[in-house]
Ligand binder design. Structure first.
Ligand SMILES: Cc1ncc(COP(=O)(O)O)c(C=O)c1O
Length: 493
């Protein structure tokens, strides 16, 4: 990050920018690159940009071009100038202060309809938005209930009773009889997993995961100082023999699996393997945490039954199911849950009181209303995802005929094989072209692997996906130059 001396030299800035001799107007590309660096935290706020003449010389371009770059930065709020004092970096009105700007860099995300040249397209997070009207209607419907709730203390460490009942009802309708006492409402699936790890595992405990796996789950394990052991998930899936052997060899305290449209591979664990995995976990006395965040995003197959419905009678004593509205409805709700034996739910609720006392009543009322409309919402969502998946596939075929992937039967992304280990370098260059994406190595349990993979979500509108792939192609054509290597937060969902 550039902020040590509060002044950025022309050569230094030029070294961070793309070659100005390009197809599109150079000043737009340069201004876009500078704003991306600011949003990314790689150029700090309130840093003085080089004098126009110096930057023009360093870039080998005209002074007029640099004047146009600075004009555009000012126009978009990424710079301010003071007479005689130079031009300083800034964030547009309404942007966040320093501490959170890095995360918010990633928030400058998907665009509606055709992507604008200057808008960053976010392919790092596989999370669909909710149509605005849905939320507006929901808020109108829940207003009277919210007013009623306002007369109560409003603390619900287990979750709002009506929402617990609705989540239990959905499990029951999906084929797994469930009572509200088995449900803990959480602030997303990630929160649910963190609570479980906190209660059931201690530093040094062995935890079995998949490789690749959901990066934030792996990060939660690292932060809890757990020892992770992994089973591979290939394009062909898990392989029950491999999973059984891993349980036998490692006897983990806990295993964390994503059997439904696995993130990032999209694989769906066959039913017979589920029974074998359950038995293997039972034999080794391990807790089994099954993440069903993506389970209802079945695009080409019937939605899988809840994993726990495969447990033999009495066989679910150490089985915890984690779920969420983030992918079926909207991640901004921050509503998830876990389903577990009632006694464990009580213990976990005690654990959560120590952290947040309970979730927001407003959010839970919104969730309750939306949950009642799940089937209708999902119908549209799945149709949209099928279309977007096809659009993404066609764009990749057109621009990257050498890349390959297996079509996932559900979920939100393609796990693309680039054929060579260039994902980090490409992801880095893609940022300069307005695409935020992370290398497949982000999903790895160990550094350095899945460098030949990219997880590409199809959650954005088709036109945006086509534009994103076009930009990736431009980034890729820039050649196999090294990635900048600059440290920056890697944050995916
Ligand atoms: C497998 C999996 N689990 C959990 C999460 C996080 O979900 P939430 O937003 O509910 O915390 C995600 C989000 O991408 C996910 O893919």
């Amino acid at each position: 990050m550039v902020d040590a001396d509060r002044t950025l030299g022309g050569r230094r800035l030029a070294g961070m920018l793309p070659d100005p001799s390009g197809a599109r107007p150079a000043y737009r590309r340069l201004a876009h690159a500078i704003s991306a660096l600011i949003l990314d935290g790689r150029i700090a706020l309130h840093v003085r940009l080089p004098a126009e003449r110096d930057l023009a010389v360093a870039l080998g371009t005209s002074r007029t071009t640099v004047t146009a770059v600075y004009d555009l930065l000012r126009e978009n709020g990424y710079a301010h100038s003071r007479q005689g004092a130079g031009t300083w970096t800034a964030l547009p009105e309404g942007s966040a202060p320093n501490g959170v700007r890095r995360l918010l860099a990633a928030e400058n995300t998907a665009v509606e309809g055709a992507a604008a040249e200057d808008t960053v397209i976010d392919l790092a997070r596989a999370a669909p938005g909710l149509p605005g009207q849905e939320l507006t209607d929901t808020l109108a419907r829940i207003a009277p209930r919210l007013a009623e709730q306002a007369h109560t203390p409003g603390y619900h460490p287990y979750g709002l009773p009506e929402l617990r009942a609705a989540i239990a009802g959905r499990f029951t309708r999906r084929g797994l009889a469930t009572v509200p006492e088995q449900i803990l409402v959480t602030s997303g699936a990630q929160h649910a997993l963190t609570l479980v790890l906190g209660l059931l595992c201690g530093p040094g405990d062995r935890v079995l995961t998949e490789n690749p796996s959901y990066p934030n789950a792996l990060e939660a394990m690292r932060r809890a100082r757990l020892r992770t052991l992994s089973v591979p998930v290939t394009d062909e899936g898990w392989g029950a023999d491999v999973v059984e052997a891993a349980f036998r060899a490692s006897v983990p305290q806990l295993a964390y699996l994503i059997p439904d449209f696995h993130n990032p591979t999209g694989c769906l664990m066959p039913e017979e393997e589920r029974t074998r995995v359950l038995r293997a976990a039972q034999r080794s006395g391990s807790w089994l945490v099954v993440d069903e965040t993506l389970a209802e995003l079945a695009l080409d197959v019937p939605a899988p039954l809840p994993f726990a419905s495969h447990a033999p009678p009495g066989g679910a004593a150490k089985l915890i199911t984690v779920g969420s509205m983030s992918k079926t409805h909207w991640a901004g709700l921050r509503i998830g849950w876990l389903r577990a034996p009632a006694r464990l739910v009580t213990e976990l609720a005690g654990q959560r009181v120590a952290t947040d006392m309970g979730g927001s009543v407003l959010d839970q009322l919104v969730a309750l209303d939306l949950l009642g409309r799940t089937d209708e919402l999902l119908r549209d969502r799945l149709e949209g995802l099928r279309e977007q998946r096809a659009a993404l596939g066609a764009a990749l075929d057109e621009h990257f005929p050498a890349w390959s992937w297996s079509l996932p039967p559900g979920g939100l992304s393609l796990w693309v094989d680039l054929g060579e280990p260039v994902a980090s370098a490409l992801a880095e260059r893609a940022r300069a072209k307005g695409v935020r994406i992370e290398s497949g190595s982000c999903f790895a349990t160990d550094p350095g692997i899945f460098e030949q993979r990219l997880r590409i979500p199809y959650t954005a509108p088709s036109a945006t996906l086509r534009e994103a792939v076009r930009r990736l192609a431009v980034a890729s054509a820039d050649g196999p130059g090294p990635a900048s290597g600059a440290a920056r937060p890697r944050w995916v969902a």
